[in-house]
Ligand binder design. Sequence first.
Ligand SMILES: [Zn+2]
Length: 559
Amino acid sequence: MDYQKILEEIKSKVDIVDIISEYVNLNKTGQNYKALCPFHSEKTPSFFVSPTKQLFHCFGCGKGGDLISFLMEYEKISFQEAISMLASRVGIELSISTPSSLTKDKFYKIYDITANFYLSKLKESDLVKKYLKNRGIDEKSIEKFKIGYAPKDKNSLYKHLKSHGFDENLIRLSRLINKEEDFFQDRIMIPITDSTGRIIAFGGRSLEDSINIPKYINSPETPIFKKGDTIFGLYEAKQHIRQKGYAILMEGYLDVILSHQYGFSNSIAPLGTALTFQQLNKIKRFTNKILLSFDSDKAGIKAVERCMSLLLQAGFIIKIVVLPQGEDPASLLQKFGEKMFKIHISKALTPVEFYLKFSDKKTLIEKVNEALSQISFIRNLLYREELLKELSEKSSIEELTLREELKKISNKQREKNFFSSKGKSLLLNEEEILLIIGIFYPEKLDFIFHKIDMEMIENSQVREIFIKLKDNFRKENFSINNFLNNLNESQKSLVSKLIITSEINEESINQNLMDCIKKLKIKAIDKKIKEIGKSGDKEYLSKLIKEKRDILRFLNEGL
Ligand SMILES: [Zn+2]
């Protein structure tokens, strides 16, 4: 299949800004859009998308490229998979499926068949059904979340998979079997899906609460499952999150399942306690408001504190639901029903209230300082103002005083940021500008290569890209799109950075070109003069000086 042709067709039909804005919150700035980078954690946006050039670049982590590179990086998929994803979106039919998506398909298949196997085992076991009933989980929820049961048996799943004709290697790679034994035994099985609803892993809960066995175990990571990238319940919740305008973030699978059952269908949970930046990015596609509803014990409070700073840094507006001592959302719903949970939601605390009431810091000053340092992470000015005013009211400390303190904290942070991003100047040098001109105006390449020796380019990466251009630009089917696709990752990243940074003006293009060539030539001659100066070859030296003068004169005459 001719991917190049398909790629051209896709690119003519989709806009990079439309697609990327489904993943990150883009804001217009001049000709470009900017956002917080989805690939690294940051407080000020350094992720740029150029609609005119159909490229993105992050000045923080250096990732960049076209729409396809974005999808590959974000969705962790192959080039072919990214193409087929976009193709189906714009209604282009791809005739053959690709090798790497085939392998992934096999993983999805094996997890799907395993889920059905667990489902059938649940139906056979009255004991397990009774257990779920006791935990308050009804038939509808079992169906909605495809809850199952892994039997108390060493290899019934293995035999089942074999009977479906899966080969030994794939079964092993799926990690559902561990050293000849089923990975999950005698556990309630809760499928974990990706945001499109495909089953990619399982959470297994033990039936008995014993200290000898872990209460929950999750599937190991596989090519289709990355723990830190996945949010439990997001597929089921996403539409409701959009409708209600916020998500409720909980700790456990059972919390989420019961919340959905009682009508809080916008509930989700990370897998395990540590929330990651990637998970937050997934949530951000649907909302920037989060209600935290964790356990009300000490560990729960600690977890809230940890999440809160991450959430504020990631730009979320948050509130914290505090449940009565010893309750979690699941137990509260089961005991008191949805009305009670609603009441607690309506009484949710702002971050300021939470810090003043629950922070483990002892004195008011410590608590206020902690709250201030959290507030300093917030970039939304209105939200920042709101919390600052609230902190002043509730702590009875003058707003002006708080503002002064906040300034100090922010300055300290800015200093940190400044020093960590040093050396990343946005100004392009002549080598870089020349490269950009070559890429946008390939008709100038002949002239450039005629005037410039490759050794004159000091930056080895720029030089390598130029050499590739030189080798290819005369070929009949040469196009810049093709060319960019042939670059390696770091080269692509450099080119996209240059393209997004440069604002080349059509009218001054020749002037720019000549300036760059002049500067490069003179730099090369100056280098030689310096070398000669040491050995003292006066004759050669004067020859070089004359050459420099000639170049200056020649170049000043223009093209
Ligand atoms: Zn980045």
